[in-house]
Design a protein around this ligand. Structure first.
Ligand code: ADP
Ligand code: MG
Length: 217
């Protein structure tokens, strides 16, 4: 469970708060969509919740732990997919990209190979196993980013406008993958940031940010 109380966030050197007095809870297994105009604070909120940014003030508690006391442990609970896969993909082979989070988690080599093979099949990217991610299409890259974010079985999955740069076919493919394989079968807690009401319709709940404030829950 994620509890956010009186959260404020201001970027260094800025006068205005990017997030102001945000309060809400997310229950385990919930699928929450966050909507709002460009610049309303959606990405900033995602970066605060996952422990990447330090809040200016206020409390973020994940599974009973204050984020300021156990930042690195909490960060490991989150898988994140950003809007632009080019900012996310860091290795030069699809296989290695998927193995990377497992390596960080200290998974033994033989086990790692099995998990990577299974994930490649699950995401239907087996044929790109040895491909260079940078040479694939936007949709393929985003599938790899999603497969990699999910591979170490995080408790929380944050998707920050993951279909922005995709064509309509790829958008649908990514979204079906998120919906069918994970949400329904595995019951991850998912936070989906999206501009598309169609994508948000499947969620349990929709939060709307407006100018750094929570305008609707
Ligand atoms: P959204 O994801 O909803 O488009 P953001 O969280 O990216 O919104 O941005 C919220 C506000 O914070 C905007 O006013 C934006 O200009 C500002 N902002 C975002 N990133 C930075 C940054 N690195 N430095 C200063 N201001 C930023
Ligand atoms: Mg954003």
């Amino acid at each position: 469970m994620i509890t956010i109380q009186g959260l404020y966030f201001k970027y260094k050197g800025e006068k205005k708060y990017a997030l102001e007095d945000i309060n809400f809870k997310i229950k385990d297994g919930e699928f929450v969509s966050i909507m709002g105009a460009n610049g309303s604070g959606k990405s900033t909120l995602a970066l605060c919740i996952s422990g990447i940014y330090r809040t200016t003030s206020g409390i973020i508690n994940v599974d009973g732990e204050d984020i300021n006391n156990s930042r690195s442990a909490i960060r490991r609970k989150f898988g994140i997919v950003f809007q632009n896969p080019d900012n996310q993909i860091i290795t030069n082979s699809v296989e290695r990209e998927l193995a990377f989070p497992l390596e960080n988690a200290g998974v033994p080599l033989e086990q790692m190979k099995l998990i990577v093979s299974k994930q490649l099949k699950l995401f239907n990217i087996d044929k790109y196993r040895t491909a260079i991610p940078g040479e694939l299409s936007g949709g393929e890259k985003q599938k790899i980013a999603l497969a990699s974010a999910m591979i170490s079985s995080p408790d929380y999955l944050i998707l920050d406008e993951p279909t922005t740069f995709l064509d309509p076919f790829e958008k649908r493919e990514i979204f079906n993958l998120i919906k069918n394989k994970f949400l329904i079968k595995n019951k991850f807690t998912v936070i989906l940031i999206t501009q598309y009401i169609r994508e948000a319709l499947d969620s349990d709940r929709i939060l709307v940010l407006s100018d750094g404030k929570l305008a609707f829950d």
